[in-house]
Design a protein around this ligand. Structure first.
Ligand SMILES: NC(=O)c1ccc[n+]([C@@H]2O[C@H](COP(=O)([O-])OP(=O)(O)OC[C@H]3O[C@@H](n4cnc5c(N)ncnc54)[C@H](OP(=O)(O)O)[C@@H]3O)[C@@H](O)[C@H]2O)c1
Length: 254
């Protein structure tokens, strides 16, 4: 039996586009109050007002998750303004693909700072609030949902540091799961294949075209497909923990 999210509060990072934006909509429609965080405030405000217009509650928080203080502040503002924190969706991420040889290493720093450090700093700041939410909720649990990737399970030439970060997300999530299992914070790793979002826009010229070519002939996932999966995971009864979900477009081979 699915639980409604009425009375809960969720923080979704990277919610100004793509999977994060769709997840904010999906969780709001289940009754959660939503804090949406990212750098592009205008897009967050537009989303928050759309969600608000549907009778739900959303708070836009401008935050660069690569900055530890801003990552912590996003968690604090969520709790201060929405009253609690039950669900964190660590979704903000960058995928700056390309060969290791001659790579601009500032791209590596950006992925490590966001995909890994942003995620662990947000999670660290959220833990006390999630534990409080377990004690103070009818659901009897709290959730950390970490967005990894197929690239967190399978490494390929040309995506070495993205693979590194997403494998790291998987390892951290499983360690977190074991540490908090007895205290009922669930840990869910979501591993999407190709999703039709802005993610590949940021890949450098020359590489971007090759990446897009790989998926040119298949029907990619929509961000809403992944959001549905996240909403399903966090609406299970407290004793059911979906730890790892690999979700590909049907036609995607690798
Ligand atoms: N699309 C795919 O095929 C795919 C497949 C597997 C996994 N994923 C993962 O899914 C997650 C979401 O990606 P997406 O596909 O939805 O792409 P997207 O539309 O590009 O979304 C990325 C989000 O991350 C935010 N972001 C980027 N840098 C940030 C920073 N420094 N601080 C805070 N937020 C930041 C962006 O917002 P701002 O620019 O406004 O900050 C945006 O909201 C990522 O972790 C990605 O690795 C995607």
């Amino acid at each position: 039996m699915a639980n409604s999210l009425d009375g809960t509060v969720a923080l979704v990072t990277g919610a100004s586009s793509g999977i994060g934006e769709a997840t904010a909509r999906a969780l709001a429609s289940q009754g959660a109050k939503i804090a949406v965080a990212a750098r592009r405030l205008e897009r967050l405000e537009r989303l928050a007002s759309e969600i608000g217009g549907q009778g739900h509650t959303a708070l836009a928080i401008q935050s660069d998750a690569t900055d530890q203080e801003q990552a912590i502040a996003a968690v604090d503002r969520t709790v201060d303004e929405l009253g609690r924190l039950d669900i964190v969706v660590n979704n903000a991420g960058q995928m700056l693909l390309g060969p290791i040889e001659n790579a601009p290493t500032e791209e590596w720093d950006r992925m490590i700072d966001l995909n890994l450090k942003g995620l662990i700093n947000t999670t660290h700041a959220a833990v006390p609030h999630l534990l409080a939410a377990v004690e103070d909720s009818e659901r009897g649990c709290a959730d950390v949902v970490n967005i990894s990737s197929v690239a967190g399970r399978i490494a390929r030439a040309g995506s070495g540091v993205y693979n590194l970060t997403k494998h790291g997300v998987g390892a951290f999530s499983e360690s977190f799961r074991q540490e908090f299992a007895g205290r009922r914070i669930r840990s869910t790793i979501i591993e999407p294949g190709a999703v039709d979002t802005e993610l590949s826009d940021h890949i450098r010229d020359g590489i971007r075209e090759q990446v897009r070519e790989r998926f040119a002939d298949i029907e990619m996932l929509a961000a809403a497909d992944v959001a549905d999966t996240i909403a399903y995971a966090v609406t299970r009864p407290w004793h059911v923990s979906l730890n790892e979900i690999l979700i590909r477009p049907t036609e995607q081979q690798g």
